[in-house]
Design a protein around this ligand. Structure first.
Ligand SMILES: [Zn+2]
Ligand SMILES: [Zn+2]
Ligand SMILES: [Zn+2]
Length: 432
C-alpha cells in the first residue's frame, strides 16, 4: 500500500515537472537548452541556471507552437504593411497597392486542374518518347497525380531546378526595373525621382509541380527615410501598369545559357482601400509562411548525401527534382548556386518571406515587443544571464507530445473564448 502511494506520488511529481518544463519553453516541441549562470542585478546574487528556450522554427512540421507564433507575426507584417499600425502610419492604406502573383514557366506538361475541369485536352503528342501528352481526366483537388509530369522524360528537370535556383535573382531584377520605370514616370510628372519609392513583401510558395510561385504585395510610397504618402498624381492603375509592362520583359542569361524569365501567367489585383480584402490577403500569405517545400518532414531538412535523398519519404517527382539539384551541384559552372545545399528546397535558394526595408515591421521587432511585454509582467528582479548552448530538446521523452497537446488546448480555449465573446456581442445587439 505504502509502495503504491509513493509511486503514485512520484508519478504526479514527474508529471508536474513535465508540465512546468514544457510551459516554461512556451509549449515548444524542440527547445534549445541553455546552461550557465544568472546574476540578479538587484542583489548581486549569482546562481547556476539551465533553461529551455523556444526553437522559433517557422515550420509547422517541426514545431506547432513556434510556427503558430511565426504565422501570427507574418500576418501582422502583411496587415501592418497594408493598413498601418505598430509604428507604420495608417495613411499607407490609401497608398496605391497591388497584389501580384508570379509563376514559373512550363518545363513540360503536368497533370493539373483547369477551369474546364479536364487535365490536358490538346493533342501535342505523341511525344518523342512515344507517349500521348493528352489526359482527359478531371483530377480531384487532392489527387496525388496533380503536378506530376505526363511524360517524365519530357519534363526538363534540370531547367526546372535551375529556375528555382535563379528566381530570387529574377525577382531582384524585376524590382530594379519597376523602380527604374517609376523614376522615369516621376520625372515625366515633374516630380523629383527620390520623392517616390516602391516597397514590397513577397512570399514564396511551392506549387505541386515543385516550382516556386511568388505572391507579392507592392505599395507606392513617397521618398525619404520615413514612410510617407506618394505624390497625389500617382495612382494604383499606374502601379499596375508598371508591373504588367515590366514582368513579361525581364530576362537574363542564366548559368546554363538559357534565358531566365517568368511564366506567361501572372495575376494582378488592386488592393487600395479595401479593408476586408486586406484581411484575406494577410491570412492567405501567412498560411504559406509555415510550410516546408511540400509540407512533409522528408523535405524539411538539408540533405547530407545523395543516399539521404534516395531514402527520404518524398513523392517520386519531388525526389527526382531533389536528386537533380544534388547532381547539378557537381558541375563547376553551377557552383555559385549551391544546389547541394538547397536540394531539399528543390534548388530554391531564397527565403520564404522577404520584404523591402520600408514595407512593414520586422520579425525581430515583433519578437522584441513580445519579450518586453513578458518581462513587464514578471515581478522578479532584473537579471543578467551568462548562458551557452547545451543541446536541444527535453529530458522527458513524453515532452514533445505534451507540448503539442498543450498548444492545441491553448488554441481551442482561445477559440472558445472568441466564440463566447461573439455570442455575448450578438445577444447585446438583439437586446438593443
Ligand atoms: Zn519550437
Ligand atoms: Zn491528368
Ligand atoms: Zn516524352
Amino acid at each position: 500500500m505504502e509502495h503504491h502511494e509513493s509511486s503514485a506520488a512520484s508519478r504526479a511529481a514527474s508529471m508536474e515537472r513535465l508540465v512546468k518544463e514544457v510551459r516554461s519553453a512556451g509549449n515548444c516541441s524542440h527547445p534549445v537548452r541553455l546552461r550557465g549562470e544568472l546574476i540578479n542585478l538587484a542583489t548581486g546574487e549569482i546562481r547556476p541556471s539551465s533553461l529551455r528556450v523556444a526553437c522559433k522554427d517557422r515550420r509547422s512540421v517541426h514545431c506547432l507552437s513556434c510556427s503558430a507564433l511565426y504565422q501570427a507575426d507574418a500576418w501582422i507584417q502583411v496587415a501592418v504593411g497594408l493598413n498601418g499600425g505598430k509604428g507604420v502610419p495608417e495613411s499607407v492604406a490609401t497608398h496605391p497597392q497591388v497584389f501580384l502573383t508570379l509563376t514559373a514557366p512550363s518545363f513540360g506538361p503536368v497533370h493539373r486542374r483547369t477551369p474546364s475541369g479536364r487535365c490536358q485536352v490538346r493533342e501535342y503528342g505523341p511525344c518523342p518518347h512515344g507517349r500521348s501528352l493528352r489526359c482527359r481526366l478531371r483530377h480531384d483537388n487532392n489527387a496525388d497525380v496533380l503536378g506530376t509530369p505526363i511524360c517524365e522524360e519530357c519534363f526538363d528537370y534540370s531547367r526546372a531546378v535551375l529556375w528555382n535556383a535563379q528566381c530570387s535573382k529574377l525577382w531582384n531584377r524585376t524590382v530594379q526595373e519597376m523602380r527604374r520605370r517609376l523614376k522615369v514616370l516621376a520625372t515625366k510628372n515633374d516630380t523629383e525621382s527620390n520623392h517616390v519609392s516602391l516597397s514590397y513583401l513577397k512570399v514564396a510558395e511551392f506549387q505541386r509541380r515543385g516550382l516556386v510561385h511568388f505572391h507579392v504585395v507592392l505599395r507606392l510610397d513617397g521618398g525619404g527615410d520615413q514612410i510617407s504618402p506618394p505624390p497625389p498624381w500617382l495612382s494604383s492603375s499606374m502601379l499596375a501598369n508598371i508591373v504588367s509592362t515590366t514582368v513579361p520583359h525581364v530576362h537574363w542569361t542564366g548559368h546554363d545559357g538559357h534565358d531566365v524569365v517568368w511564366g506567361e501567367q501572372f495575376d494582378l489585383a488592386d488592393l487600395t482601400s479595401s479593408g476586408e480584402h486586406h484581411r484575406r490577403i494577410a491570412s492567405y500569405l501567412a498560411k504559406y509562411a509555415t510550410k516546408t517545400t511540400d509540407d512533409s518532414l522528408g523535405l524539411a531538412r538539408r540533405f547530407r548525401s545523395r543516399a539521404d535523398i534516395e531514402h527520404a519519404q518524398v513523392e517520386p517527382h519531388r525526389m527526382k527534382l531533389a536528386l537533380t539539384s544534388w547532381d547539378l551541384a557537381q558541375r563547376p559552372e553551377f557552383a555559385p548556386l549551391r544546389l547541394a545545399h538547397h536540394a531539399h528546397a528543390l534548388g530554391y535558394t531564397g527565403q520564404i518571406i522577404t520584404k523591402s526595408r520600408h514595407f512593414s515591421v520586422t520579425f525581430a521587432s515583433l519578437r522584441e515587443v513580445r519579450a518586453d511585454f513578458q518581462r513587464s509582467r514578471s515581478d522578479s528582479d532584473p537579471t543578467l544571464a551568462h548562458l551557452h548552448y547545451d543541446g536541444r530538446g527535453y529530458d522527458d521523452p513524453r515532452a514533445p507530445h505534451a507540448a503539442e497537446m498543450f498548444h492545441r488546448m491553448k488554441v481551442e480555449l482561445r477559440q472558445e473564448a472568441a466564440a463566447r465573446r461573439r455570442q455575448v456581442a450578438a445577444a447585446v445587439e438583439v437586446d438593443q
